[in-house]
Design a protein around this ligand. Structure first.
Ligand code: PRP
Length: 205
């Protein structure tokens, strides 16, 4: 039997994902190994893990290079992939917000710094506002501080990055968490093999 290929994000989410997978009966010892190997396998050979940058997970699953993947809903909303969203894993919980400098007055059509230009445009567009959207790759909190933007659209988890940078939440756009996604064609083709794992994950979240 071919192993199930599961695309997993490298980084901080792993500390929550590994216990969840283990509870669902997937041996994750190989994920804990601290080396640069990008393909790893569970001890019984039933699951092959691809270790990816979080934003790349949906690309691998959509292309069929992986059967299943774990992706943040923020990435799915931003880029709009053709994937089944099977299980909300309840980890990596945070919220997408609009934030600005504490006490600052915000123009009706603000300049928005963000890693999520599509989400930002949709959010403002839904009320007929078409702001200037400035795409940044990270540290977007700096935008309002140096006058690059009036607000930011970004993820907030604990809120400490906002506080540290004298920013306040102005609006919550949506709540996000990690989702188990599947390639639709492979999910149909390999349903008998994939479905039990999906059901076990559903049962433990
Ligand atoms: C994310 C996000 C915020 C921060 C929020 O950034 O973009 O900056 O975490 O977390 P908090 O509410 O717990 O403080 P990340 O750490 O991924 O780095 P980046 O700014 O370089 O994207």
């Amino acid at each position: 039997m071919n192993p199930i290929t599961l695309a997993v994000p490298k980084g901080r989410i792993n500390k929550h994902l590994v216990p969840l997978l283990e509870k669902a009966g997937v041996d994750c010892a190989s994920l804990a190994e601290d080396d640069r190997t990008l393909v790893r396998t569970s001890q019984d050979g039933s699951v092959r893990f691809l270790l990816l940058k979080p934003d790349d997970v949906p690309t691998y699953v959509e292309s069929g290079a992986a059967d299943l993947g774990v992706s943040g809903r923020d990435t799915l909303l931003e880029r709009g992939y053709h994937l089944y969203q099977l299980v909300d894993l309840g980890i990596g919980k945070c919220r997408m917000v609009v934030a600005g400098l504490a006490g600052a007055s915000i123009p009706d059509v603000p300049r928005v710094a963000t890693k999520y230009p599509n989400i930002a445009r949709r959010h403002y567009g839904s009320r007929g506002v078409h702001p200037e959207v400035i795409y940044l790759q990270g540290s977007v909190e700096l935008g309002p501080i140096v006058g690059l933007s009036d607000v930011i659209v970004d993820l907030v988890e604990t809120g400490s990055t906002l506080v540290k940078n004298n920013l306040v939440e102005l609006e919550v756009i949506c709540h996000v968490s990690s989702v188990l996604v599947a390639n639709p064609s492979l999910f149909k083709l390999r349903r008998d093999e994939l479905h039990p794992l999906v059901e076990r994950l559903r049962a433990v979240v």
